[in-house]
Design a protein around this ligand. Structure first.
Ligand SMILES: Nc1ncnc2c1ncn2[C@@H]1O[C@H](COP(=O)(O)OP(=O)(O)OP(=O)(O)O)[C@@H](O)[C@H]1O
Ligand SMILES: [Mg+2]
Length: 348
């Protein structure tokens, strides 16, 4: 089957001025410019099928956004070939735009002063969406999002979460074949993140939209992607099934609890002992939980839990039976820790 997205040996170099320091330096810069080349993306190849949701992951500066910009036609590759839905993105930008939707997290493409619904109407005209298709799409949107609350607010009065929701809806409005989402959940709280994941999942399922998603949040990847591509320093490090990573990495989350302290417990020795005791006891009660690890950071006790081994709620209940808990948090594993694990030789 013809792949909807195909990248072959794609590279992107940026030429940046190496500025010299001080007044003398600036003076020298006037006469001889000293450039350096940044290989933001270095000889990457990948193919993606219609309907896939691919997590495009990597540490800061890895080249994710640069790849997305080339795929959306904003940047021209220095070398290599990109063919998406039969077109070369940067060459054919107007026609190509009809087939794609884009969301760059924290930057809205909606008209700031207008209520979202007005922006949607402009987009409808721009993309020449038929009345019936528009209505169908709005019906689909309202099946997952409370549209009434959202649509009539000027974008500038929206919270970041509401704006991101509106942006995602706007990107899907003309029913493009491919949608690029560059960190759509950045800066959002847990509830809003899960709402956005739900929305993306529904749209992908109903419309069979191909989705490329960059994120630093392993929760996004867990909820949405079956395949991940990991890029670092411009080079693809891993391109495969998420399950394979999970089977090696396990199903970990960190439970953080803050315990009320009595004065005798405030010394470091006592805390250290308490943490050790807790780990021992937990392993005793849940013999399967062998990778469970307890540590303390500031006033928090961190318990790394593999949920394939033991239920999170059991661990929490266990602690609650022993001690008064003042505060609880759950922390997802970040994509960074997965990537670190891959570096450490966990895969292949
Ligand atoms: N317009 C530009 N001019 C010069 N260098 C650039 C430009 N855009 C990106 N770079 C450099 O290219 C490299 C890749 O940047 P890119 O924004 O693609 O990373 P990223 O993976 O999206 O990172 P992040 O997770 O921080 O968003 C970085 O070293 C960056 O500084
Ligand atoms: Mg980026």
């Amino acid at each position: 089957m013809e792949k909807i997205i195909s990248l072959k040996n794609v590279s992107k170099e940026f030429k940046v001025l190496n500025r010299r320091e001080g007044l003398r330096g600036s003076f020298m810069d006037l006469f001889s410019r000293d450039y350096k080349i940044i290989n933001a993306v270095n000889n990457i190849s990948m193919e993606i099928e219609q309907g896939e949701i691919v997590g495009y992951l990597g540490p800061n500066g890895a080249g994710k956004s640069t790849t997305i910009k080339m795929m959306t036609g904003v940047l021209e590759p220095t070398s290599g070939d990109i063919i998406i839905d039969g077109r070369i993105p940067y060459k054919d930008r107007n026609k190509y735009a009809q087939n794609i939707g884009v969301v760059f997290g924290q930057r809205t493409q909606l008209w700031w002063a207008l209520p979202a619904i007005e922006s949607f109407k402009i987009l409808k005209d721009m993309y020449q969406v038929k009345d019936k298709d528009y209505k169908d799409m709005m019906d689909l949107f309202s099946s997952t999002v409370d549209l009434d609350k959202l649509l009539h607010k000027p974008v500038r009065q929206m919270s970041l979460g509401q704006r991101t929701l509106s942006d995602i809806l706007a990107a899907f409005l003309h029913n493009p074949k491919i949608v690029f989402l560059d960190e759509p959940t950045i800066g959002l709280d847990v509830a809003m993140k899960s709402k956005i994941r739900e929305l993306i999942k529904t749209l992908n399922k109903e419309k069979n939209t191909t989705i490329i998603l960059t994120t630093h949040d392993m929760g996004d990847v867990d909820a949405l992607c079956r395949r991940i591509v990991i890029i670092d320093k411009g080079t693809i490090l891993y391109d495969n099934d998420i399950e394979k990573i999970k089977s090696i990495f396990g199903n970990y989350r960190t439970l953080k609890v803050r315990l009320g302290k009595t004065s005798e417990e405030l010394n470091e020795e006592a805390i250290k002992k308490e943490v050790e005791d807790m780990e021992l006891k937990l392993k005793e009660v849940y013999p399967k939980a062998q990778t469970l690890h307890v540590s303390d950071v500031d006033e928090w006790i961190n318990i790394l839990v593999n949920e394939d081994e033991v239920e999170m709620i059991d661990v929490l209940n266990f602690i609650q039976r022993q001690r008064k808990i003042y505060d609880v948090r759950l922390e997802e594993i970040s994509t960074e820790s997965v990537i670190r694990k891959i570096y450490e030789g966990g895969l292949e």
